[in-house]
Design a protein around this ligand. Structure first.
Ligand code: SF4
Length: 499
């Protein structure tokens, strides 16, 4: 059996630059035992994230380190970022919630514990929860997300608990940089600060990563990109985690709005722009697959990535629900999802085959409004985010998303919001929607972004490739001139409600 560490993550094809997991459709060169772990995991497979949901249960309130980008909040229903939850749960409440969600959302395949503190700073609650869920809902994959400080102490328990996906947040391997990110850590009953704290943290993180690889546990590394602090350094971090067997590297933008009350938010530390983030992800994408579809979820998120249904599953509501965990029903539903998925992949490949032999150096971005299933099925005015694809003669590659405030406010559109939405997709040549009103349509055209509604309710990749072919034809005929577009803003506010 090939372990995750031996596999060294996903490899890129020299010919196309496309990687062998993530947005690509099939098993590729992945060993079967790894493919089984990732094929319906929405975080480990970009392609799966259009179809499968995840949930987090907030059973781990305490934390053993302080990060300058983190401010844990409880009873908070309207922000979407790590560390925020509406309510804390006991392990027993968490299991009831998991079963309720598994009944209502049969395509929920993954349960993660990601806080709001650090799961391994709350080991009793964390492992009790996993134990109860493994017994009650054996088809659900178990995930753990940690800062890594306590990871080496719990590796054997993790392996015994059937947790086969672990995420470690590693923002640096240089203590000097670490001292700018972490004011303190609490380790072996003692508080450490400055370089001492960062040195212990990085040693423990890298040791934990190696130990996971030795046990064949898939590991994703999250890194927060903080301009002028660790942005260039993350290339070194990428090399370090790759050489220690990380399966996936997820470089995420810093979220640092002042209203979040974090140190970075209050001292004006900016996050990266869309171009800065993509350039770093591109620079790191070699032998390790980059995750680009992370939504930086709440610690109690429920649903597809990009939607949040946590408000439907409060403890009060869950207690009133008729919970009937039915494995056969879940399997039957997921078989239907697999058929839809196969149809989508086949349609994209067929469209791409028609591009065979097409030569062009043009590469551009398009934005897509979608509610899931890999379809263009969202109205421009209702979109809470746009997915971004890079189009070239190699195909359509998912490269990110842009979260926005919903434009349509019950019959009228908000002008300020339209400007912010256009700023968020400013680097895109077109926006694919199921429908769009006259006013935003004309403003988008004026801004050089083509609104495309002719592919409503069709598959994203297939439609994007078809549109790209016609775009290239127009350029060839001299009807349009291809121009590069400018950078785009990554939204720092993080409300999840439409209001
Ligand atoms: S924070 Fe990122 S990795 Fe974690 S569940 Fe959300 S999308 Fe997946």
């Amino acid at each position: 059996m090939k372990s995750a560490a031996e596999h060294k993550g996903c490899r890129a094809s020299a010919k196309t630059g496309q990687v062998s997991c993530g947005s690509q459709a099939g098993q590729g060169d992945l060993p079967t035992e790894i493919w089984e772990k990732v094929k319906n995991h929405p975080c480990y497979s970009e392609e799966a994230h259009h179809h499968y949901a995840r949930m987090h249960v907030a059973v781990a309130p305490a934390c053993n380190i302080q990060c300058n980008y983190c401010n844990r909040k409880y009873d908070c229903a309207n922000e979407s970022r790590p560390g925020v939850v509406s309510e804390k749960l006991t392990p027993e409440q968490a299991v009831r919630k998991v079963l309720a969600v598994a009944t209502a959302i049969p395509h929920m395949t993954v349960l993660g514990i990601a806080g709001p503190g650090d799961p391994l700073a709350n080991p009793a609650k964390t492992f009790k929860t996993f134990e109860l869920i493994a017994e009650a809902a054996p088809d659900i994959k178990l995930c753990l997300s940690t800062n890594g400080l306590a990871l080496p102490d719990h590796i054997d328990t993790i392996a015994r608990s059937k947790i086969d996906h672990v995420t470690i947040t590693i923002n640096m391997i240089d203590p000097e940089i670490g001292a700018k990110i972490y004011p303190w850590i609490f380790f072996n009953h003692k508080r450490y600060t400055g370089m001492d704290a960062a040195r212990i943290l990085t040693d423990r993180q890298l040791q934990g990563l190696e130990m996971l690889g030795e046990r064949g546990i898939l590991c994703k590394v999250n890194s927060v990109m903080i301009p002028n602090i660790n942005d260039r350094h993350l290339v070194e971090v990428n090399k370090a985690v790759k050489s220690r067997g990380a399966f996936l590297h997820n470089i995420m933008p810093l979220i640092s709005a002042p209203e979040h009350g974090t140190v970075f938010g209050l001292n004006g530390q900016r996050g990266p722009t869309a171009w800065e983030l993509k350039a770093l992800q591109d620079a790191c994408e070699g032998e390790t697959k980059m995750m680009r579809h992370c939504r930086q979820c709440r610690a109690d998120a429920v649903g597809l990535l990009g939607e949040d249904r946590s408000a439907e599953f409060t403890t009060d509501q869950v207690m009133k629900m008729d919970v009937q965990y039915d494995l056969d029903m879940r399997k039957a539903y997921q078989s239907r999802v697999e058929r839809e998925r196969a149809a989508k992949i086949a349609a994209g490949q067929k469209e791409l085959a028609e591009c065979a032999g097409e030569m062009s150096a043009i590469t551009l971005l398009v934005a897509v409004a979608t509610k899931g299933s890999g379809l263009i099925n969202e109205h421009f005015g209702h979109a809470k985010e746009f997915q971004v694809y890079e189009l070239s003669t190699s195909g359509a590659k998912f490269v990110g998303h842009r979260r926005v405030d919903v434009y349509c406010q019950g019959g009228y559109g908000e002008e300020d919001r339209l400007s912010a939405i256009m700023g968020g997709i400013h680097d895109c040549h077109a926006v694919f929607v199921s429908k769009i009103g006259g006013c935003p349509k004309s403003k988008l055209i004026k801004a050089g972004i083509e609104p495309v509604d002719q592919f409503a309710h069709e598959f994203i990749e297939k439609s994007a490739i078809a549109w790209f072919k016609s775009y290239l034809d127009k350029v060839k005929r001299g009807e349009i001139q291809h121009v590069q577009r400018g950078d785009a803003a990554i939204r720092q506010g993080s409300r999840i409600s439409a209001a």
